[in-house]
Design a protein around this ligand. Structure first.
Ligand code: ADP
Ligand code: ZN
Ligand code: ZN
Length: 732
C-alpha cells in the first residue's frame, strides 16, 4: 500500500478525491477515516480524509506526499464507506456526491482549527446584564464559546470583556458539547407501565426481534406507540447496544429528543439533523464514533450518522414522504437505508404509523410482522366524520364550494366560541376533469391516473404515458354533460367565508403567504392562542396542529387529494384526510369532521370516513397489482430538462429510444418497461422545460443495475440536465 485516496474539500468546487503518496513513517498508522494534511496547489496545506488505499497509480498522475496525520482517531470506518458505496449504486449517483452529503465537510475544516471553550470563574464586578450571561454559563458548565454565544445571545466582544475582567476563562483544548445540556429543565421520569394491549404488542415484537424483515406497528394517533418504543429501547440499551430513532421532520425530532432525554437521561441521547450547528455536528459525530451515545434521534440525514453497534432502529411516522430526499442528489430514502443498516447490524427495524405506507404494510402482512393498536390510549374518543355529497348541493347558493350542512356547522362552532379549520387541498398546477352528476374523473385508460387539462392547447393529457384526448362531450360513466374542471383556490374560499361570516376572524395559510418569512408560524401561533376563529389553508395545516379548542374540521374538496396524476394519490389522500380528521376534538370537547365530495363512494374516501385502514389497503393493493405499481414493481423516474423546450423533448426521446433498444438487446424486456417520454405535470420549473421517462422494473435486481449502468455511461450535452430518481415519492 503506497498510495492513499483522500477526499479534499476544494473552495468553490466541493469535494473531490485525489491520490497521495504515503510517507514511510506513517505507513503503519494511517487508517481509513482519518483526517490528514496534504499539499494542494496554490492553497498550500489543506485538510483531507483518507477514504481508500492502492498500490499503483496511473502513470500520468504526479502524486505528492501526505504531510501528516492530523488526528489518529478515525471519523468513520470501512463498513461505513461500504454503506455509502451501496447508496451511490442504488440511487445511481456518484460516490463523491454521496460522501459530500453524508460526511459534514466542516469536520475536515474544523479539525485543524483551534476552538475555544469557556468556563465560569466569578461574577464579581459584573453588571446586571453580564451577571445574566454568567449565570447561564454557570448553569451549562464549560461550554464551546461559539455555541455559548448563540445560546446566551451574546457576542465575542462581550465574552472577551468578561475574560479581561477575570469573570470567565477561555480554554483551547477540545471538549465535547452536548446540545441537550441546554435543556436544563429536564427531569428524569420512569417508563410508563404499559396497558394490556401495549404489553401484548411489546411481547409480540420481542418475539420477532430477530426477524430480518421490518416490523410494522400500525397504531392510530395517541394509541401509545411511543411508549412501546421506549420499552424496546430500554431493553436494547441494557444489552449495551445503541438505538437509532428517526422522525420525519426536525420539529418532531426535537420533541422526540426531549421525550427520550426525560426517560433515558441527557447524557446518552443526542440529536442529528441538517440544522444543528457545525460545531455540534463535529462533537456528536466524534461521540458517536467513540460509542459514547446510546440513542440518536434525528431527521432523515441521521441515517448517515456513524452510530456504532446498532441494536434497534425505529422509524416513526414511516409513511411520511419527508424521509425521501427528492433534490438534490443523492435522492435517497432514509427508510430504504434504515433497512440496509438493519441488515448490516442484524438489528430489528421497527416502522410505526397511523396510516402505513402501502408497500410496507403489504410486506409486513406477508412476513407476518404486523402489529396493531387501533384504539387511542385510555380509549380517548376519535372525531365524528360526516361525508357531504355535493351532487345534492350544486344548485344551492355558493354552489359547489361550501355546502349548507358545512355552513350550519361553522355557524354552530362560532356560536360556541370554538375554532374551525377549513382545508383546501388543491395544488395549483393540477386541474382534473370531473362529472358533477356522478363523480367520475376522466382517467388515462393505460395508467389509471387522472388526465390533466391543458388550457393552452385545449387537451387532456396523461403525464405517465403521454396519451392525449379532447374534452369529452359527456361523462363516460353516466352520460351526463356535467363534466367540469376542478379548481377553487384558498383565496377564493377565504373571500367566501368572510362574506358568509362577516363577524368572524378569518385567516389563510398557503404557499402565497409563505413568501413572507415566518408568516405561517405567526398565523399558527395566533390560531393557537384563539385569536382566529376560522383558519383556511392547504395541507400545511393538516399536520402537527394540536389545539384543543378546534372542534370542527371541514375539507372543502376531498376529491382534490385523490385526483393528482400520481399512482400514490389515493394513498396520500387517505393519509391526509385521516391526519386532518385527527386535528379535531383533541381536548375535552368532541370533534366534528366534514368531507365534501362529488364522489362519496370512492373507496379511499369511504375508508377514511370509517377510519378503516385495512379496508382501504385491500382495495388499493388490488389496483396496484393490476397496473404493476409498487410494491409490485420498482419505479425509476428520469427527468430530462432544458431551457429549450424542443431540445428537452428531443433528448428525452433519444434516451427513451436507447433505453428501449438496450433493454431488448440485453434481454431485460421481461422485467423492464419504459414509459414515455411525456411532459412532467409541472412542465416548467425555474425556466427549465421538463420531460419524464418512467421505468418500471419488476423487482429484478439485475434490471435495476442494468438501468444504473446505462446512466453511468451516458453523457449529456451541457445544456441538458438529467436527474435520476430511484423509487420517487411523487411523479409530478
Ligand atoms: P402515539 O405515539 O401512538 O401517538 P403516545 O405514545 O404519544 O402515542 O401516547 C399518547 C398519550 O398517551 C401520551 O400522552 C402518552 O404519555 C400517553 N400514554 C400512552 N401509553 C401510556 C401508558 N402506558 N401509561 C401512561 N400514559 C400513556
Ligand atoms: Zn357522470
Ligand atoms: Zn397514461
Amino acid at each position: 500500500m503506497n498510495y492513499a485516496l483522500v477526499l479534499v474539500n476544494i473552495k468553490g468546487l466541493g469535494v473531490k478525491t485525489f491520490s497521495y503518496i504515503i510517507p514511510d513513517d506513517i505507513k503503519d498508522k494511517i487508517k481509513i477515516g482519518q483526517a490528514v494534511l496534504v499539499p494542494f496547489g496554490r492553497q498550500g496545506l489543506v485538510n483531507a480524509f483518507v477514504v481508500g488505499f492502492s498500490d499503483y497509480l496511473d502513470e500520468s498522475i504526479k502524486a505528492k506526499k501526505i504531510n501528516r496525520i492530523l488526528d489518529e482517531t478515525p471519523l468513520f470506518s470501512l463498513k461505513y464507506l461500504k454503506l455509502l458505496e451501496w447508496v451511490a449504486n442504488y440511487y445511481c449517483c456518484d460516490f463523491v456526491t454521496v460522501l459530500n452529503m453524508a460526511i459534514p465537510m466542516k469536520l475536515i475544516d474544523k479539525n485543524a482549527k483551534t476552538e475555544y471553550s469557556v468556563e465560569y470563574v466569578t461574577s464579581k464586578g459584573a453588571t446586571k446584564r453580564q451577571i445574566e450571561i454568567l449565570n447561564k454559563l454557570q448553569e451549562t458548565g464549560r461550554f464551546p464559546l461559539i455555541d455559548f454565544e448563540r445560546v446566551a445571545k451574546t457576542t465575542r466582544a462581550t465574552m472577551k470583556k468578561l475574560e479581561s475582567m477575570g469573570c470567565v476563562k477561555f480554554h483551547t483544548d477540545e471538549i465535547y458539547r452536548n446540545p441537550l445540556s441546554i435543556f436544563s429543565d429536564i427531569k428524569k421520569e420512569p417508563l410508563s407501565k404499559l396497558s394490556d394491549i401495549q404489553e401484548e404488542v411489546y411481547q409480540g415484537i420481542k418475539k420477532k426481534i430477530n426477524s430480518p424483515n421490518p416490523i410494522l406497528l400500525h397504531g392510530v394517533t395517541a394509541s401509545g406507540k411511543t411508549e412501546v418504543y421506549f420499552k424496546l429501547i430500554d431493553d436494547v440499551i441494557k444489552q449495551g447496544k445503541n438505538v437509532l430513532f428517526l422522525a420525519p421532520e426536525i420539529a418532531l425530532a426535537s420533541q422526540l429528543t426531549k421525550r427520550l432525554a426525560r426517560k433515558f437521561g441527557t447524557e446518552d441521547v443526542a440529536i442529528w439533523h441538517s440544522s444543528i450547528s457545525d460545531g455540534e455536528k463535529y462533537d456528536v459525530w466524534k461521540r458517536l464514533y467513540n460509542n459514547e451515545i446510546k440513542i440518536l434521534a434525528g431527521a432523515r440525514s441521521a441515517v448517515f450518522a456513524p452510530l456504532q453497534d446498532i441494536g434497534l432502529i425505529i422509524v416513526d411516522e414511516e409513511h411520511e414522504s419527508a424521509y425521501k430526499q427528492s433534490n438534490p442528489a443523492p435522492r435517497y430514502d432514509a427508510r430504504t437505508i434504515a433497512k440496509k443498516l438493519s441488515q448490516y447490524y442484524k438489528a430489528p427495524l421497527i416502522l410505526g404509523s397511523a396510516t402505513p405506507d402501502i408497500s410496507n404494510y403489504y410486506y409486513a402482512t406477508n412476513n407476518n410482522n404486523l402489529f396493531e393498536m387501533l384504539k387511542r390510549y385510555n380509549n380517548a374518543p376519535m372525531a365524528k366524520i360526516k361525508v357531504i355529497n355535493m351532487q345534492e348541493y350544486s344548485k344551492a347558493a355558493y354552489k359547489s364550494v361550501i355546502s349548507k350542512p358545512l355552513q350550519a356547522e361553522i355557524s354552530d362552532t362560532l356560536a360556541k366560541g370554538k375554532q374551525t379549520i377549513l382545508l383546501i387541498n388543491r395544488r395549483g398546477f393540477s386541474t382534473y376533469t370531473q362529472c358533477r352528476a356522478c363523480g367520475q374523473v376522466i382517467e388515462c385508460p393505460n395508467c389509471a391516473i387522472p388526465m390533466i387539462w391543458h388550457a393552452a392547447d385545449k387537451k387532456l393529457k396523461c403525464h405517465y404515458c403521454g396519451q392525449e384526448s379532447s374534452f369529452p362531450d359527456e361523462c363516460p360513466n353516466c352520460g351526463s354533460d356535467a363534466l367540469r374542471n376542478s379548481g377553487m383556490g384558498t383565496q377564493k374560499v377565504e373571500m367566501l367565508i368572510k362574506e358568509l361570516y362577516p363577524d368572524a376572524r378569518v385567516e389563510r395559510i398557503d404557499s402565497d403567504i409563505l413568501t413572507r418569512k415566518n408568516a405561517h408560524i405567526e398565523v399558527l401561533n395566533r390560531f393557537q392562542k384563539g385569536e382566529i376563529d376560522i383558519l383556511v389553508g392547504t395541507q400545511m395545516i393538516a399536520k402537527g396542529l394540536d389545539n384543543p379548542n378546534v372542534t370542527l374540521v371541514g375539507v372543502i374538496s376531498a376529491d382534490a387529494s385523490f385526483n393528482l396524476p400520481d399512482f400514490r394519490a389515493a394513498e396520500r389522500g387517505f393519509q391526509l384526510l385521516t391526519q386532518v380528521a385527527g386535528r379535531a376534538g383533541r381536548g375535552e370537547y368532541l370533534g366534528d369532521v366534514i368531507f365534501q365530495t362529488y364522489n362519496p363512494d370512492f373507496y379511499a374516501l369511504e375508508s377514511a370516513k370509517e377510519q378503516n385502514y385495512s379496508k382501504f389497503f385491500d382495495t388499493e393493493i388490488t389496483a396496484r397489482e393490476e397496473f404493476d405499481y409498487p410494491p409490485f414493481s420498482q419505479i425509476i423516474r428520469i427527468i430530462v430538462s432544458c431551457e429549450n423546450n424542443f431540445r428537452a423533448e428531443k433528448s428525452a426521446m433519444e434516451i427513451a429510444m436507447r433505453l428501449n433498444t438496450m433493454t431488448d438487446k440485453f434481454g431485460f424486456s421481461e422485467y423492464l418497461s419504459v414509459l414515455g417520454p411525456s411532459p412532467c405535470v409541472i412542465e416548467r420549473l425555474n425556466g427549465f422545460y421538463r420531460f419524464q421517462i418512467l421505468i418500471k422494473n419488476k423487482l429484478n435486481e439485475k434490471g435495476h443495475s442494468f438501468v444504473s449502468k446505462f446512466f453511468d455511461k451516458i453523457t449529456m450535452p451541457k445544456d441538458i440536465r438529467l436527474a435520476i430518481d430511484v423509487d420517487p415519492i411523487d411523479i409530478l
